[in-house]
Design a protein around this ligand. Sequence first.
Ligand SMILES: NC(=O)c1ccc[n+]([C@@H]2O[C@H](COP(=O)([O-])OP(=O)(O)OC[C@H]3O[C@@H](n4cnc5c(N)ncnc54)[C@H](O)[C@@H]3O)[C@@H](O)[C@H]2O)c1
Ligand SMILES: [Zn+2]
Ligand SMILES: [Zn+2]
Length: 388
Amino acid sequence: MAASSSTMGKVIRCKAAVAYEPNKPMMFEDINVAPPQMSEVRIKMVNAAVCQSDLYFWKGKDVAKLFPRILGHEGAGIVESVGSNVKGIKAGDKCIPVWQAECKKCSKCKSSRTNICDTFVFNWGSGLMPSDKKTTRFTRVSDGKPIYHFFGISVFSQYTVVDEACVAKINPNADLSKICLLGCGIPTGVGSAWKIAKVHPKSTVAVFGLGTIGLAVVEACKVSGCSRIIGIARDEEKLARAMEFGLTDTLNTKAFNKPIEQVICEMTEGGMGVDYSFDCTGDPGIIYSALECCTPAGGVSIILGLVESSQVVKFHPGVLLWGRSWTSGLFGGYKGRTELPELVERCMKGHINLDHYITHHMPFSKINEAFDLLNQGGCIRCVMDYDK
Ligand SMILES: NC(=O)c1ccc[n+]([C@@H]2O[C@H](COP(=O)([O-])OP(=O)(O)OC[C@H]3O[C@@H](n4cnc5c(N)ncnc54)[C@H](O)[C@@H]3O)[C@@H](O)[C@H]2O)c1
Ligand SMILES: [Zn+2]
Ligand SMILES: [Zn+2]
């Protein structure tokens, strides 16, 4: 595997983790990666981590259930080559592949109201390249059959090809072994607090689920000066660990024989609930508890977790009648290309402490172990090194 101008315009053979069926270990095998076409960028991946959303699709909890597929959407790398017509990024640039695409041209990209790009909504379900909506850039070495992409970026391959709308050029001095976390978890968490909820000093908040997303919400709320940050989890170890991220109160759901939302309301002044609540679990029961624990008088509850496609949350509209809001968002509301580089700068200055999210390191070849670790709740983030 070599990354140099010698590979430009040529097919690259490299290793990738290919998921063939739900819940089965991925095959770490040779694949061919085609050169980037017009408006595309080929990236040599350097580091990546597994996010709970990878497990969601690997387990086939989504509607499409596309296989064989190369998963992965939280990573960082170096541009190997670019296709024709690509401006603003070139071979050798450090970058983060961004699943929340930004074409910069459509009316949504030009609006500050949303980070969803009209042109690239397609990225989500198809597993195909956005440029022609027909082909993939990955094929099996053994028989030349295509392998589906994931979220438009598929970072669990030593090389990947993405549309230029899906790549953020970042500071050349960034340490990719840490900055790779900005591919998903950290922006999702901090952006949900800062950009979606817009928490403010003295806000009271409740955060359900203390994995990377929940912990990043906690840290962002601490940076914003929130007065009370209540963390809710099912085990003491996670609660203890979350204290260093900024929790002021911990609640173990197993310790109470009444609904957790009631416990939270009773902890707040006036007994009405917190100003903001965040679901970072994807559990429908927790999503409803999070809604009920924020004050009916203008409280805001933000759903971040992915819920299995067959499950629903039932509610009576009366719970919103006093002006409570129930909302959600992808990637913390960040626009991938224009806003992520700025967040990278903030992290490099230490505004967010990336080190305390990284509990494990592993060579990329051991990716199935990294999946097991997150699946069993054994890590916050496990960073994989692609050169090992
Ligand atoms: N909205 C987005 O843009 C976005 C982006 C990334 C991840 N996600 C989703 O956010 C969620 C969290 O992702 P993560 O990577 O932090 O996962 P994670 O596995 O690291 O953390 C989830 C935590 O929730 C806890 N949890 C689960 N069910 C619970 C329950 N019933 N009660 C208490 N705690 C419970 C788990 O123990 C775990 O600690 C996932 O559903 C993921 O798919 C959404
Ligand atoms: Zn757009
Ligand atoms: Zn993710």
